[in-house]
Design a protein around this ligand. Structure first.
Ligand code: CS2
Length: 488
């Protein structure tokens, strides 16, 4: 089967193709972190804006780690198919990405691109750990090897924050107009976190640069939502015949999508509101709802489900105990939230259940279980603090923490080894080894990790006690039996 490219796209009839002239469109956005999520979300919205209105909003997308996406995209002239899997399948050919740059191969090219005159927005999806910050405090981790490197070699940065600061410095030197830096990662107040990290790094390079950034750059917070599992080879093979071409960069997503953006732009921007995005003055409450209800529950289902041998979230939702656990945990998280007027939090919870159950999405529990050390603070611990403050029931969260602690100790309910992917994986493994026969000490040592757990939580004796009990029970009787007992 022929590989997708611009020439082939001219004659394709199986899928809707871009309605704008890609050759004549200038780039208006630099995006850092071109994973599947960006391609199914911001790039898709931007594609729709250009389909409707035209405009110079092409995206120069940057891969800060590997050349894999470059290899998939470059041969296809950066075109790719978005496959929506719901009750029916829907496919679209997306054309908003114009070019992919690979950081480690040519860091200067990314810095130059950010300093391009037509660029109005720098957006990022670099995952939680990509901010090189302390998740518990939100401060830049100045001992992070990439940050140390960037402070000393800003001309060839490694971290996303380093690229932004180097690019802004180049813009300052060229006396260019203001620009918007827009984080699209699952962090609370992602705009503020980004601003704080960028200013902290800029300050250590040059106070004058930090001042220029304060005056010329805005950092709106956003809430981004769409379930986008990593594409598997099978999806590509399966759709090759239906599409009539081979697409190595295809992305698979659910039909649902949401984008809430604070209307705080330093320059012009695409009219994303015309294609479904919502502009607000404050995104915080929406972030809280999404992080606590969707992501918090997702993480719980990922750890408990993985331990119980479930491959995907849809598989987890097929299990009646885990589905009940999902409902109860989400309800517990929802009890901490006062929803804004007009927001039906019950309907939101029901919709989340349906989204998790989508059988067309092969969203692996292992994928969501990655990087727990970076996710747990905003997904569980802030909720837990609120529950503790009102003397609420902490058991669901203690169970979740026990499931996570079991997961990071490296074996599932069947004693099969787990490949734990987390920046702290080596620390977890060392602690698990040292405390192999002393679970109470194991739990205490994990709770003592200050970069994850705010010290105020540690004084809650019951939390440690309950977590220990659940962990002991998971070890003895398995995750499902422990969950069943919890739900009684
Ligand atoms: C998931 C998210 O991998 C994860 O941690 O919880 O990627 C989730 O699918 C998205 O935030 C949905 O918008």
């Amino acid at each position: 089967m022929s590989r997708l490219n611009s020439a082939l796209a001219q004659s394709v009839t199986t899928v809707q193709t871009p309605q704008y002239n890609r050759q004549k469109t200038k780039a208006g956005i630099i995006h850092l972190g071109i994973g599947a999520f960006h391609r199914a979300h911001q790039a898709w919205y931007t594609h729709h804006v250009m389909n409707q209105n035209g405009g110079d909003w092409g995206i120069i997308a940057c891969s800060l780690r590997s050349a894999t996406v470059y290899q998939q995209m470059a041969e296809q002239d950066c075109l790719y198919t978005l496959l929506e899997r719901g009750n029916t399948d829907k496919t679209e050919l997306i054309g908003s990405v114009q070019q992919v740059l690979v950081g480690p191969e040519n860091p200067q090219a990314i810095v130059d691109a950010i300093a391009g005159e037509s660029i109005k927005v720098i957006s990022l999806t670099v995952t939680e750990k990509g901010y090189c910050h302390h998740p518990a405090t939100g401060q830049l981790n100045t001992e992070h090897p990439d940050i140390i490197h960037d402070i000393n070699h800003l001309g060839s940065p490694k971290s996303a924050i380093g690229y932004i600061v180097a690019g802004l410095k180049a813009r300052q030197e060229k006396n260019l107009s203001g620009i918007t830096v827009m984080s699209c990662d699952n962090l609370p107040s992602n705009g503020l976190v980004t601003q704080r990290c960028v200013l902290q790094l800029a300050e250590s390079i040059s106070p004058a640069l930090a001042r220029w950034i304060k005056q010329n750059v805005t950092f709106p917070s956003t809430v981004i939502d769409r379930i986008v599992p990593a594409t598997v080879a099978n999806d590509i093979a399966l759709f090759e015949d239906k599409l009539g071409y081979r697409d190595e960069a295809m992305v698979v997503a659910e039909p649902f999508s949401q984008w809430i953006i604070e209307d705080n732009f330093a320059n012009t921007r695409p009219a994303w509101e015309q294609v479904g995005a919502q502009f607000v003055t404050q995104a915080e409450i929406y972030e809280l709802i999404k992080l606590r209800l969707l992501n918090g529950t997702h993480s719980l289902l990922a750890y408990a489900g993985y331990l119980a041998g479930k491959e995907t979230i849809a598989d987890v939702m097929q299990d009646h105990v885990l589905k009940k656990l999902c409902t109860a945990f989400m309800q517990s998280a929802a009890s901490t939230i006062t929803a804004p007027e007009g927001f039906d939090i019950k309907a939101y919870q029901e919709q989340l259940h349906e989204r998790f159950e989508n059988p067309g999405l092969k969203h692996r529990t292992w994928q969501i279980a990655m990087d727990g050390s970076q996710k747990i603070p905003q997904r569980w611990l802030s909720t837990l603090s609120d529950i503790i403050e009102t003397n609420g029931d902490i058991r669901f969260f203690a169970f979740a923490l026990a499931a996570w602690m079991k997961y990071i100790s490296g074996t599932d309910d069947q004693r099969r080894a787990i490949q734990v992917s987390d920046p702290l994986a080596d620390d977890f493994a060392a602690i698990a080894k040292q405390c192999a026969h002393t679970p109470t000490e194991y739990v205490a040592r994990i709770f003592a990790l200050e970069s994850i757990f705010p010290q105020t939580l540690l004084n809650i004796n019951n939390l440690e006690l309950f977590t220990c009990e659940y962990l002991r029970e998971i070890n003895l009787n398995g995750t499902l039996a422990t969950a069943r007992k919890l739900l009684r």
